[in-house]
Design a protein around this ligand. Structure first.
Ligand code: BTN
Length: 257
């Protein structure tokens, strides 16, 4: 169990290929649950769906090591981390900005992607764990956002959206670690249900018409109403005239707000 007011060990690096890769290496040496790795820049930052994550100086690149009590629920963790990032930005950014979640784990500000999460499971000596990596675009100039534009939602950064140039990465990290371990304690005590409820509360697409591409098993595109988050972290989609369906993998491509 993570104790109240848990203070994680944080390893900070000027440059890494990927904070997720570094933390997986550290996990093999037996570092404890809750260990964080932070880098000022990454040379091979990884994103979801085999994409790269552009990681110049000015962004915040963090990975955290977690060993869930129920190994087969490892897929809950990126939802929990997504809420922690959302709560962090809600606290750190001006209140007129809307910080929200996009399925599965992206964080948006005013409907543009500001942060992404990549969770990678591993096992070491029969311990099943996850390294959950977070990339937040903080002090990135608008021109530096071009590499993100292959994503379906356009990208933003704290600097692009507020005009502020010197947002403190340390301050954001300090807020994030408190939010993260508070949520993790809730999760350890009560399971996924409160996380599911918080996730839904912070997702502004629920109740709206959405399009999801590459839906398994056939890779089709489906359009319907976003009913909610399933108990397994999938989208519950309501297609008029049909039963509700659960979508566990695919790419949310469009939302009609
Ligand atoms: C996404 O595609 O939206 C997920 C991006 C995740 C990027 C972060 S940056 C810190 C960590 N290390 C990596 O190599 N990737 C994640």
């Amino acid at each position: 169990m993570i104790p109240l007011n848990f203070e994680p060990v944080i390893h900070v690096f000027d440059e890494l290929d990927s904070t997720n890769s570094k933390l997986k290496d550290l996990a093999k040496t037996g570092v404890p649950e809750g260990t964080l790795v932070v880098a000022k820049k990454q040379t091979k930052g990884r994103g979801r769906l085999g994409r790269s994550w552009h990681s110049p100086v000015g962004g915040l690149y963090i990975s955290v090591l977690l060993y869930p009590l129920v190994p087969k629920r490892i897929t809950d963790l990126p939802f929990l981390v997504g809420i922690a990032v959302t709560q962090t930005l809600q606290q750190a950014l001006p209140k007129y900005l809307e910080v929200s979640l996009k399925w599965p784990n992206d964080v948006l500000v005013n409907q543009k992607k500001i942060a992404g999460i990549l969770s990678e499971a591993f096992d070491h000596n029969e311990f099943y764990g996850a390294v959950v990596g977070v990339g937040i675009n903080v002090n990135l100039e608008p021109a530096e956002l071009a590499p993100f534009e292959k994503n379906l939602f356009s990208a933003t950064s704290v600097q692009a959206i507020t005009g502020e140039t010197g947002t403190s990465l340390e301050d954001i990290l300090t807020i994030f670690k408190v939010k993260l371990f508070n949520l993790y304690r809730v999760y350890q005590e009560k399971g996924f249900a409160p996380i599911q409820a918080l996730w839904e509360r912070n997702c502004k697409m629920i109740g709206k018409k959405i399009e999801i591409r590459n839906v398994e098993p056939k890779g089709e595109t489906v359009v319907g109403n976003f009913w909610g988050l399933s108990e397994r972290g999938g989208i519950v989609l309501e297609i008029p005239g049909k039963d509700k369906m659960e979508i566990l993998s695919g790419e949310l491509a469009c939302c009609w707000f």
